[in-house]
Design a protein around this ligand. Structure first.
Ligand code: AR6
Length: 184
């Protein structure tokens, strides 16, 4: 499923983000940036040790990566030349700035991609796995934030949401249809 947003193609697909050939793929990391489970584990496994080396360098220079911020490393052995690492919020019930922090994770990932001249970027569903953010609430925030960014920036040509599970894809498809109906 896809929509044109301003000059950018925004698409949703079900699959494994480590196989994407966009300029960057986004990692749903944690503040320590030393790898983990879920999509983080998959990216480090597929990309090899070069990614972790870059992460260690960043941590030694600037300390832990705060929630809602993003940094960029090489893509190691991945097809994507870069990995953008961001940290989404842990869900604590919704009254601890989770929506703002989730939106910030998407926005900062896009901002650092633009700063590095990247034209295409793939996102996973940040925070909706180990971090427990309810999918139905996260999907519209993810899409609204990206759409809002693309309406102001024309340098990125393609954004892909790569959703691992069927229920995740379905939640994003419903949210995108609600935000940008096909007939509109
Ligand atoms: N491609 C695309 N999406 C994937 C893949 C993949 N290969 N593998 C899993 N997902 P999670 P979080 C989906 O837990 O909630 C890690 O341990 C998964 O089905 O990876 O932000 C980090 O180190 C889900 O829909 O990220 C952090 O400690 C989505 O990716 C913590 O988990 C996000 O699930 C971050 O938790």
């Amino acid at each position: 499923m896809y929509r044109l947003v301003n000059k950018t193609k925004l698409s949703l697909l079900q699959g494994d983000i480590t196989r994407q050939s966009t300029d960057a793929i986004v990692n749903a990391a944690n503040s320590g940036m030393m790898g983990g489970g879920g999509v983080d584990g998959a990216i480090h496994r597929a990309g090899g040790p070069a990614i972790l080396e870059d992460c260690k360098q960043i941590i030694s220079q600037q300390g832990r990566l705060p929630t809602g911020e993003a940094v960029i490393t090489s893509g190691g052995n991945l097809q994507a030349k870069h990995v953008v690492h961001t940290v989404g919020p842990v869900w604590h019930g919704g009254l601890s700035s989770e929506p703002e922090l989730l939106a910030s994770a998407y926005r900062q990932s896009l901002r650092i991609s633009v700063e590095n001249g990247l034209k295409s970027i793939s996102f996973p569903s940040i925070s909706t796995g180990a971090y427990g953010y309810p999918l139905k609430l996260a999907a519209p925030i993810a899409l609204e934030t990206v759409i809002d960014f693309l309406n102001r920036d024309e340098s990125i040509k393609e954004v892909v949401f790569v959703l691992f599970e069927d229920k995740t894809y379905q939640a994003y498809a419903r949210a995108l249809e609600a935000l940008l109906p096909e007939t509109a």
